[in-house]
Ligand binder design. Structure first.
Ligand code: SAM
Length: 343
């Protein structure tokens, strides 16, 4: 049996993992009156949010998934129900599908979490009732048992993509990489395994460092994969690393928090140092693609963030002082790597 993987594409698992979010997004829109509000006229995001009394930021995430599912469309910045949704999802339509789709929604906890996520004022908090660790992350403190659970979850979430990223030419020739919020260490381990010249340091909450050390030991990478317990919000970042790698970090936080993270990274990098953001990117008009939109919904329910477009990330990085912002698909599932340089 060969030890080499045949592919880093784990797309089929992502397709499967995110399916529970599709139907409740449509039943939540039905309950809130979204389709009826935009069947007769197209409305801007804020107008629609005011019309159905929901939080605009959360509504943007919901509309992206509805657009990916063929229920709404966005033209010139305004949203309208598609002919499909006008015909079958308008409550007064002869062929109204609401009773069928929503028939078992009382048994669907995700339906309730999605409706809650849209409540005015809730868009910022991520308090939807969905599983979330965001308050512990904000405090920079976790019990070790919880850290072990998150490490196992994130390891299987990220392992295929870590193998794909490690093989990118951008990872070659880096002496020292700081993996900000590196979780189980999966990216640091794969990078160090692939490139014998790299030393990678996982910067994490203290309990996550403990959890990551198990994965580092199992990989036999103790000499070149290190951990450092640093609260990325409150504490000073270590200097001396040529690359700051962030995987699935910006999608956890608001634009404002991400601006702070980009600024802290810029301050700690040497001139010529690079920042790398590993994320699933939204398209520029916020209407998909489907997996990005479904993942963004998961972020809305459990974090303070959402999936961002390249244009949005470029705005944050350039405002912090970075130049040469570029992106490429990594070849692992649905992810992209956004890179930029400190001049
Ligand atoms: C979504 S996980 C990403 C893990 C890993 N980068 C990956 O893609 O598999 C977010 C990570 O950010 C870390 N994190 C959250 N708040 C932090 C803080 N205040 N300081 C340092 N790390 C933090 C969490 O512990 C968690 O491992």
């Amino acid at each position: 049996m060969t030890a080499l993987p045949a592919t880093s594409d784990d797309g089929a698992f992502w397709d499967l993992w995110l399916t529970p979010y599709y139907l409740p997004c449509v039943t939540a829109a039905d309950e809130l009156g979204t389709f009826a509000a935009i069947s007769g006229e197209a409305l801007g995001l804020d107008e629609l949010a005011a019309r159905i009394d929901v939080d605009p930021r959360a509504l943007g995430v919901h509309l992206a998934l509805l657009a990916s599912l063929g229920m709404v469309e966005r033209r010139d910045g305004r949203w309208r129900a598609t002919a499909m949704a006008r015909t079958w999802m308008h409550p007064e339509a002869e062929g109204y599908y609401g009773p069928l789709l929503g028939g078992f929604r009382a048994e669907q906890p995700i339906h309730a979490a999605m409706v809650k996520s849209l409540r005015p004022g809730n868009g910022k908090t991520g308090e939807s009732g969905h599983v979330s660790f965001v308050e512990e992350w904000e405090r920079g403190e976790l019990p070790v048992e919880q850290a072990r659970f998150i490490a196992a979850f994130m390891h299987s979430h990220s392992v295929a993509n870590a193998k794909a990223v490690a093989r990118l030419p951008e990872l070659a020739g880096i002496p020292s990489l700081l993996d900000v919020g590196g979780g189980s260490g999966v990216f640091a381990i794969e990078a160090a395994r692939t490139h014998p010249g790299i030393t990678a340091t996982i910067m994490e909450i203290a309990a996550m460092c403990v959890a990551a050390q198990d994965y580092i030991a199992r990989a036999g990478m103790e000499e070149r994969v290190l951990t450092t317990a640093v609260d990325m919000f409150r504490e000073e970042w270590p200097s001396g690393h040529n690359v700051h790698f962030f995987s699935n970090i910006f999608h956890d936080w608001s634009e404002k928090t991400n601006q702070l993270l980009a600024e802290k990274s810029f301050a700690a990098l040497p001139p010529g140092g690079r920042i790398m953001l590993h994320e699933i990117l939204m398209n520029d008009d916020g209407t998909g693609p489907l997996i990005a939109a479904a993942f963004s919904m998961l972020m809305l329910l459990g974090t303070r963030g959402r999936q961002y477009s390249l244009a949005e990330l470029r705005g944050i990085l350039e405002a912090a002082g970075f130049v040469d912002v570029e992106a490429q698909r990594t070849g692992g599932g649905y992810y992209s790597l956004v890179t930029a340089r400190k001049p």
